[in-house]
Design a protein around this ligand. Structure first.
Ligand code: DON
Length: 328
């Protein structure tokens, strides 16, 4: 955009819209903070942040956008993209499918015949993906992941040792899944070590603003909107967004596609990323979850923004990038 003053005036219009959406859902108190990882139960349930980052690097935000929390399952599409890059889609597909499971994120169920996990967004698929990366990078895997996540976010990230240890201590279900995968030869012998990396990857600390920037990197075809650094090639972004569209919100993915209509991913600590291809990324943070493990306020504020901005892929207001361009 060439005319800076116009950009500011029009940006203000988007800020007003974001403020209205935030205020509308601030009083909503439905849902429960996750407790199955003991450390997560310490989250302040009142926290609420919404940040929107455009594919050309402008941000609009409201509420708690600076508060760090652990990324949890929002890490999954990003590690999936890394595995695609490292091994190519054919090899990754031999290990993990691309079908919605219609089941909970932690379900202990594999596909018939192939015994593969249904998709890389549920725990079994994500552990398989991390194990693939671990087979290549060994004890440097987490270092590699943290570097990659930092490029995607555009700043150096770190991880929360307390949350990591809390999940490592209590993650019996994920441990069972890792051993089931080992039984079917879907992960290598060092399943426990790979699982440990998975726990650490889920404990990477981000803010709501980081989530918006990470989503904007995907919306900007894999290039960080501000640093200009390339995080993924376009082909892999397409694959990541496809899986996020069909599976990112677990057994709520159908409803999400119906109500919001763009790729997204949630995490059990209360974050959600939403990607509008070539236009923008949205990050939300509010720790109260619905029974599917998705942030209650996160879902509702995204429904509102999608409706008011015409973001849904099948919305008649969404004329490619034209609609948002007209107000930005
Ligand atoms: O594997 C787990 O249970 C967590 N580390 C991540 C789960 C998660 O975020 C599910 N999302 N809503």
């Amino acid at each position: 955009m060439s005319d800076t003053s116009t950009a500011v005036a029009r940006g203000h219009e988007l800020q007003i819209l974001l403020d209205e959406a935030y205020e509308k859902f601030l009083p909503h108190r439905s849902g429960e903070v996750a407790t199955y990882i003991p450390e997560l139960s310490k989250a302040d349930p009142e926290t609420f942040g919404v940040c929107l980052a455009t594919a050309d690097g402008r941000t609009f935000e409201r509420g708690d956008c600076d508060r760090p929390f652990t990324i949890q399952s929002i890490s999954k599409p990003f590690t999936y993209g890394m595995a695609l890059e490292e091994f190519g889609p054919t090899k990754v597909f031999e290990h993990v499918g691309v079908e919605p499971s219609g089941d909970a994120f932690n379900s202990i169920e594999l596909q018939n015949i192939t015994n593969r996990p249904f998709n890389p967004m549920i725990n079994s698929g994500a552990i398989t993906v991390t194990a693939l990366l671990h087979a290549r990078y060994g004890n440097r895997t987490f270092e590699y992941l943290l570097d990659r996540f930092s490029v995607i976010a555009g700043r150096q990230l770190s991880f929360d040792r307390g949350v990591y240890e809390s999940e490592r201590r209590t993650g019996h279900r994920n441990r069972a899944i890792a051993h089931l995968l080992l039984n079917f030869g879907l992960v290598h012998e060092e399943a426990e070590a790979a699982l440990d990396v998975y726990f650490k990857q889920c404990s990477i600390l981000v803010t709501c603003r980081d989530l918006a920037m990470m989503a904007a990197t995907l919306s900007n075809m894999g290039r960080h909107p501000i640093t200009g650094r390339s995080a993924y090639t376009i082909t892999h972004v397409k694959d990541m967004l496809s899986i996020m569209f069909t599976c990112g919100m677990y057994d709520y993915s159908g409803q999400w596609a119906y109500r919001v209509g763009v790729p997204a991913k949630s995490g059990v600590s209360g974050g959600v990323i939403t990607v509008v291809n070539r236009q923008l990324g949205i990050g939300t943070y509010s720790p109260r979850l619905d029974p599917f493990g998705n942030s209650c306020r996160g879902t509702e504020v995204c429904v509102e923004l999608a409706s008011r901005l015409g973001l849904h892929v099948f919305d008649c207001l969404n004329l490619g990038s034209n609609f948002l361009e007209s107000i930005l």
